[in-house]
Design a protein around this ligand. Structure first.
Ligand code: SF4
Length: 228
């Protein structure tokens, strides 16, 4: 069942040029990335009595809809949830709020992602490409995967992550982006390879999805948020 963390925050820097409301589903994640900011509150901790149901989250979005023009749905990993629960929630959000709806994902659920894009339930996707997956074999490069995403993907999951990045670029949403944290363990070459891969896919599909290489902030570093 979908659960949401009760702290909704307005942000001014997650989507350039827009005021966004950032909400977090509280249903865990299938990765454990180095320096994850959400690990203690949203992944290690199970939802407790303070959680919001999907209906309560939609009502809060409706009540404050004039205060932001984009909704960012983060996690954990929002797409770990059941497809039918995700669809019901996003349909209700469409009825409560007129602005852009953007989902954050680590890319491990390309089927759900394509379904949401095809049905127009989300306007954009911020997808992580944390490593140059196309160049790293889960067998030979397991240590790099383990260090950065805390797990070694199967070859199928690696294909899924690449398929999800391509789905986002093919869709070419105005608010979509591919992004990577500049993890301190990685040399610049890793990020250059990811950027080149995104450039190739944009050229292949005639798309203009930007690539962002974001600074690494240790988990205790404060971010510019205002609680709503
Ligand atoms: S995918 Fe995102 S939420 Fe999940 S562990 Fe990695 S940084 Fe944290």
């Amino acid at each position: 069942m979908l659960a949401f963390y009760p702290g909704f925050v307005r942000t001014f820097d997650d989507l350039p040029g827009r005021v966004s409301l950032l909400i977090h589903s509280w249903n865990g994640c299938n990765m454990r990335c180095f320096g994850c900011h959400n690990y203690d509150d949203l992944i290690a901790a199970k939802p407790d009595a303070s959680r919001l149901t999907a209906e309560q989250a939609v009502e809060r979005i409706r009540a404050s809809a004039g205060l932001f023009d984009a909704l960012l749905v983060s996690g954990g990993e929002f797409l770990v949830n059941r497809a039918s629960d995700i669809v019901d929630f996003l349909r209700s959000v469409r009825g409560a709020f007129d602005g852009a709806v953007i989902v954050y994902t680590n890319g491990t659920y390309p089927g759900k992602l394509r379904m949401l894009l095809d049905r127009g339930l989300v306007d954009g996707v911020h997808i992580d490409m944390k490593l140059p997956y196309h160049l790293l074999d889960p067998g030979e490069d397991s240590d790099v995967y383990e260090t950065i995403i805390g797990t070694v993907p199967s070859r199928r999951t690696r294909r899924d992550m690449l398929a999800a990045v391509e789905a986002v670029i093919r869709h070419n949403g105005e608010t979509s982006q591919v992004r990577t944290v500049r993890y301190p363990q990685l040399s610049d070459e890793y990020f250059e390879r990811i950027r080149a891969y995104v450039d190739e896919l944009n050229a292949k599909h005639g798309s203009r999805v930007p690539y962002f290489l974001n600074p690494y902030y240790p988990p205790q570093a404060p971010r510019r948020h205002s609680q709503l």
